[in-house]
Design a binder for this molecule. Structure first.
Ligand code: GDG
Length: 455
């Protein structure tokens, strides 16, 4: 079997402590332990004379990283990827800032990725390209004569056809996807929306732009067993003990999200405010902990979101706090995974209310971390990919802040037997659809998807 060549915007962080590495590295850990692999991506460097590609080992994987110039970073990363594709695919058209020259830079940076890939590619390698930053990569490689099997996985939602059509270059972006052998989405509904745009059936095999390729839904998961064990161990650790001590007899509500427009944080805080307004009996007895590490802080509208949240949290605490009770602890800081696992386990309610989300792994981590004898309740947005799988959660429409308030109240008063029954349903799903199962399912489909390129 040839190597697996993973290409993602960012390469995994070097020397990360075990359990501290980011999402995709965790999701691919099983596959990468079994197979020779190469992982190519941006190393985070932005400078006028960017780092040339350099290589290091991460166990069996060779990791190749390179830098970008400030102009590349502005057009490719901040511009087209995060000010166009990200907000558009999350239905936030008002945040889209489209500039033609950014799309040109986006394609040029993809050419750069392609050059680094080609220099290292062997004929029997299988390529797996990740996420919206790298949509054009297969088309560039195909034009250069690369005939290897190439798969693509989109971690964020694929939007409704009419929303996608508002992108001035929608046709060119969709055509680029037709150069993959397999285009994977998080859910059947994202797959359906892509097929609807193409005006084809839902797959697996579709014909579009004169090419034949496969599409399908592959819901991503977590390493459930490892996360559950970590939560059980960490519960008595230092961070867990400190949280327990400071929470005292109060009931804990938790949210953990990158500070991002997609995560619905203003609605969630407004929902909690309405809950407090409608349920004075809970004053002093509930404690909401919101962890929201700053992300993309260089983008102006992310700074505006941060200001909005600073104002909302300040006003909420100003209105409801007592000299011995702060209803909302709002933290713009990240914590080690171990600490998060312990925090989830202590919480009676996990609030996961994104306006849109490809999947949302926090929802799955919250389920995995619970104590079997006294599990918490997951409050989940119906617009997270995870909502298709987690039928035990309390579903809310995140645009309805009173629905968020009602779900908090319902979760807080839910009897133990109902909490256990709902949690067991979701745990069974999270234990089946793990990260390892996701990667295996995707790669098996990619191996099977060798379709002769249509004339
Ligand atoms: C994209 C898609 C899709 C958060 N704060 C801290 C921290 N985290 C970790 C969480 C979780 C991860 O980050 C976030 O994953 P999500 O899935 O919730 O969301 P995105 O970052 O937007 O991810 C999403 C995902 O890709 C995978 O395909 O599910 O829909 O948007 O693991 O725990 N980790 C640590 N400290 C923190 O403070 N260590």
């Amino acid at each position: 079997m040839g190597r697996l060549v993973v290409v993602s915007n960012r390469i995994p962080v070097a020397n990360a402590r075990v359990g501290a590495t980011g999402g995709l590295a965790v999701a691919l850990a099983d596959v990468l332990a079994r197979r020779e692999a190469l992982w190519i991506g941006w190393n985070g460097d932005v400078s006028e004379e960017p780092d040339p590609p350099s290589s290091r080992r991460m166990r069996r994987t060779e990791v190749v990283g390179f830098g970008l110039t400030p102009a590349m970073h502005a057009g490719f990363y901040t511009g087209f990827s995060n000010a166009v594709l990200w907000p558009l695919f999350h239905y936030r058209l008002g945040l889209v800032e489209y500039r033609r020259e950014d799309y040109t830079t986006y394609n040029e940076v993809n050419e750069r990725f392609a050059a680094v890939v080609r220099e290292r590619l062997a004929p029997d390698d299988t390529l797996w390209i990740h996420d919206y930053h790298l949509i054009p990569l297969a088309r560039i490689l195909r034009r250069q004569g690369v005939t290897n099997r190439i798969g693509f996985f989109l971690h964020i939602p694929w939007p409704a056809a009419e929303v996608f059509r508002s992108l001035p270059v929608h046709r060119d972006v969709a055509e680029a996807l037709a150069h993959y052998d397999l285009v994977g989405f998080q859910t059947a509904s994202h797959t359906h929306q892509f097929a609807d745009y193409l005006r084809t059936g839902d797959g697996p095999t579709v014909d579009a732009f004169g090419r034949r390729f496969e599409i399908g839904g592959f819901p991503i998961g977590i390493d459930t067993q490892q996360f559950a064990e970590m939560a059980a161990r960490a519960a008595g650790g230092e961070a867990g003990a400190r949280l327990a001590e400071s929470t005292g007899t109060r009931t804990l509500v938790i949210g953990v999200d990158r500070l991002d427009h997609s995560k619905g944080l203003p609605n969630r805080i407004a929902g909690y405010g309405n809950f407090l307004a409608h349920n004075p009996g809970w004053h002093g007895k509930v404690q909401y902990l919101q962890i929201a590490p700053v992300s993309r802080g260089e983008v102006a509208n992310y700074r505006a979101l941060r200001r909005e949240l600073d104002g909302m949290t300040g006003r909420l605490n100003g209105k409801y706090a007592e000299f011995d009770w702060t209803p909302l602890r709002y933290l713009n800081r990240g914590y080690p995974r171990k600490a998060l696992a312990a925090f989830y386990r202590q919480a009676r309610i996990g609030l996961v209310t994104p306006l849109r989300d490809g999947m949302n792994l926090v929802a799955k981590e919250f389920v995995a971390a619970q104590h079997a004898a006294d599990p918490g309740v997951l409050v989940l947005s119906e617009f997270a990919g995870a909502a298709d799988e987690l039928s035990g959660a309390l579903k809310v429409n995140p645009h309805d802040v009173d629905a968020i308030a009602d779900a908090i109240a319902q979760g807080l008063s839910m009897p133990l037997d109902e909490r256990i029954a709902r949690w067991k349903t979701d745990l069974a799903t999270v234990e089946t659809n793990t990260a390892g199962a996701w990667a295996n399912r995707y790669l098996a489909a990619l191996e099977a998807a060798r379709i002769p390129i249509a004339a």
